[in-house]
Design a protein around this ligand. Structure first.
Ligand code: 13P
Length: 253
């Protein structure tokens, strides 16, 4: 069976190279634990080399974003060939914090294709901004998935991963995070949308992760009851102890 997936999204942290080195030094102590999972670290680009050098024994490199631009000359852009040259294997695409800056699902779909073309697996973030009692957020989710994966063949979509990360559930305390029962419903819905688009067999091969205020206190329940194959973790990935406890929860599923 495939290993559970644990993705650390460091966002724009830590704020110095020294802190990165200290965090990696702490993380590496538990390398045997992390090797039992598929662990990815998505650091700020400026730290790619540090992470590539120090975390290679227990984690793979991920990018927090990827460009949809074709080969060319672009001041200020880190192109996908550069990401590849560092060993980046996975790219978060369409994170809600990027969508909030104006990234449309159309651009997300272009980025997904660019990632696949570069041999980088896209981790496509989807999720509603708010929930309502009439379930209209499900329609929002359906459209977002459809548009973000637009133009992908059945074959290419098997290299995609989905992160269900509703923006209302990000950056909260664990008690305000999404209850595992509600998560399970959303995961079933996402699988149904994927089945309608690509058929059951392909849909079942696409791993669905959850992200949004995951910490050691809720990771176990999310993994046991949420129906997901892994977690996308923000703040709790910046402390070696909480990341380790989350990793343990993934193994105890
Ligand atoms: P938090 O875990 O800090 O809520 O962040 C979630 C997230 O955005 C991961 O991509």
């Amino acid at each position: 069976m495939a290993k559970p997936i644990l993705v650390a999204n460091w966002k724009n942290h830590p704020s110095s190279q020294d802190e990165v080195h200290a965090l990696l030094k702490d993380l590496i102590r538990k390398k045997l634990l992390y090797k039992r999972l598929s662990v990815f670290i998505a650091p700020p680009l400026a730290y790619l080399e540090s992470v590539a050098d120090r975390a290679g024994k227990f984690a793979q490199l991920a990018a927090q974003d990827i460009t949809e631009l074709p080969k060319g000359t672009y001041t200020g852009v880190v192109t996908n060939d550069i990401l590849k040259s560092f060993g980046v294997k996975l790219a978060i695409v369409g994170h809600s914090e990027r969508r909030a800056l104006g990234e449309s699902s159309l651009v997300v779909s272009e980025k997904v294709k660019a990632a696949l073309k570069s041999g980088i697996a896209p981790l496509v973030c989807v999720g509603e901004k708010t929930r309502d009692t009439d379930g209209e957020h499900f329609e929002f989710l359906r459209m977002q998935i459809k548009e973000s994966l637009a133009g992908l063949s059945k074959q290419s979509v098997t290299s995609v991963l989905i992160a269900y990360e509703p923006s209302w559930a990000i950056g909260k305390s664990a008690k305000d995070a999404m209850p595992a029962g509600e998560l399970a419903q959303s995961v079933i819905f996402i699988k149904k949308v994927l089945t309608d688009l690509y058929g059951r067999k392909v849909a079942e091969s696409i791993p669905i992760l959850y992200g949004g205020s995951v910490d050691p206190s809720n990771a176990g329940e999310i993994m046991r009851e949420g129906g997901v194959k892994g977690l996308l973790v923000g703040r709790a990935s910046l402390k070696a102890k909480s990341f380790e406890e989350i990793a343990l929860s993934l193994l105890q599923k």
